[in-house]
Design a protein around this ligand. Structure first.
Ligand code: ATP
Length: 473
């Protein structure tokens, strides 16, 4: 029994999903009950929910170079959900106080943050809900550290693991249970937006085709031409992501010697199909599809402080442009019902994150800040931005619909798979019959177990891949 399921036990109902704070569509009052088992109760599938964007703040420790300069701290955390900055120097106003879903001020918040805020979202991802976790903050504030896309952080495991590797490990651990009832396909893509251009970090570098952001009513936004790789294990995934990460644009400047010069978006797409004859309730969804975006944004920066020039200066301008567009989308979404136009189209970043902000996704923002008094202004700006994001309400639904074209493609693939199996078994039967007649020596016979031969498996993988690779998401 996996972690999502064991939590469900604790809530007093067999098969109940871990409760999540959210607003139910029929009314605006918050409710703590995630009313029924998503996977097992059919009525839930019709329900749409409003889900507020959740925001956690991570205050990193002072770094060696900051301490060497005698930096003092200005960020206080009076409780686990409150963060406070003193009034601006020379003013007598009140301190700046912000409430969030959770605030972490410690060396390695990874394990605790994952258990408290990321894991409940992943339980929903596994149940067919789109999910986004994105890290936001000034350059050098700890976004890459929190997401875990630094160096070898993806394939090693330890206390300083980031959100990406913990999430992947969690999903693969749950697979053992899910595969008892469902055929599952997991596909990964990893792109970066560098200078407002989307680049494939998993591509082979030879068959380059420009990546376009597209939209589809069934599937929301997706990236045309981005590599989508079927993955089967944590190890395989970690090595893929780590290799991809080496291609990411990184540079050194005054505030960070390994500064990300691009926004990185790692996406895991999951499709689940109920197996014929699986021992499940009559209302178990036949099909589930969900996507998990894990985003490490590049940090906002001021050239005066970073000391960047030339190419790095140009990168900084583009980074800030994308973040400004993101800020404008957040601003428009929180202006209330009067605001009809949301400027998603102003940048590739906001187009890709369209579902995550105001759309069909449960979203967690990890706002990263430096504690140093010298970073007071950018920290205040990050906290204001984050507080605003917290009032965005997304409309989240379980993705359990399949189009008739997809159903036909899947059935066709299944038929091909079965036909290949029949042909194989028939040839084995013929062989056995010839042997009995004495026309074939037993030494020339290699018995191949159905479904176990490498070629049979290759057939299965390729037909499934051709179904799942049909431009989903
Ligand atoms: N919670 C933490 N505990 C200890 N060290 C941290 C923590 N967060 C960040 N750091 C350290 O701070 C430095 C900057 O962090 P990081 O590179 O993650 O910043 P960033 O926000 O991604 O910056 P950029 O936007 O420039 O890429 C790194 O040396 C990192 O190891």
């Amino acid at each position: 029994m996996g972690i999502c399921a064991s939590k469900q036990k604790g809530t007093g109902g067999g098969g109940k999903v871990a409760p999540a704070k959210r607003d139910v569509d029929q009314g605006s009052a918050r409710t703590d009950s995630w009313t029924s088992s998503v996977r097992e109760k059919g009525e839930f599938t019709a329900l749409q929910l409003k889900s507020a964007v959740k925001v956690v703040v991570v205050v990193r420790p002072l770094l060696g170079f900051e301490k060497a300069k005698g930096a003092s701290e200005c960020v206080e955390v009076p409780s686990t959900t409150v963060v406070q900055l003193p009034p601006r120097r020379g003013t007598s106003s009140d301190p700046f106080r912000f409430d969030f879903d959770r605030v972490y001020k410690m060396n390695n918040p990874g394990r605790q943050m994952f258990a408290e805020v990321v894991q409940p979202l992943l339980c929903h991802f596994i149940q067919g809900f789109n999910t986004t976790v994105f890290a936001y903050g000034q350059t050098g504030s700890g976004k890459t550290f929190a997401m875990g896309t630094m160096g070898r952080q993806l394939s090693t495991s330890g206390e300083s693991d980031g959100i990406i590797s913990r999430s992947m490990r969690f999903v693969f651990d749950r697979m053992k249970d899910i595969r008892q009832q469902y055929d599952v396909s997991l596909k990964i893509s990893f792109v970066e937006i560098h200078q407002d251009d989307v680049q494939d970090l998993l591509g082979d570098g030879e068959n380059y085709a420009p990546i376009h952001v597209r939209e589809n009513p069934e599937r929301g936004t997706y990236l045309e031409n981005a590599s989508e790789i079927l993955v089967h294990s944590m190890d395989e995934t970690a090595h893929l992501l780590e290799a991809a990460n080496l291609h990411r644009a990184v540079g050194a400047h005054n505030l960070n010697e390994h500064s990300s010069r691009s926004h990185a978006i790692c996406t895991l797409q999951m499709e689940q199909r109920l197996r014929p004859g699986a021992a499940s309730g009559p209302d178990a969804p036949r099909f589930l599809r969900s996507k998990l975006h894990l985003v490490d944004l590049a940090g906002s920066e001021r050239a005066k402080e970073t000391g960047t020039t030339g190419q790095q200066f140009a990168e900084g301008v583009n980074i800030n442009k994308g973040l400004l567009a993101l800020g404008n989308v957040i601003g428009a979404l929180t202006e209330g019902a009067g605001r009809k136009h949301i400027p998603y189209r102003d940048s590739k970043l906001t187009r890709i994150l369209q579902d995550s902000l105001g759309g069909n996704s449960e979203t967690l923002m990890v706002a990263c800040v430096s504690p140093a008094a010298s970073n007071f202004e950018p920290t205040l700006s990050t906290l204001r931005y984050a507080a605003r994001a917290r009032s965005i309400h997304n409309r989240v639904k379980q993705n359990n619909k399949i189009t008739s074209e997809e159903e036909i493609a899947y059935l066709r693939a299944e038929l091909e798979e079965k036909t290949a199996l029949v042909v194989k078994l028939q040839s084995q039967l013929d062989m056995a019959a010839s042997m009995m007649k004495g026309s074939v020596s037993p030494d020339n016979i290699k018995l191949v177990m159905p479904g176990r031969s490498p070629s049979a498996l290759a057939g299965v993988t390729s037909t499934r891949a051709s179904f799942t690779g049909s431009g989903a998401f």
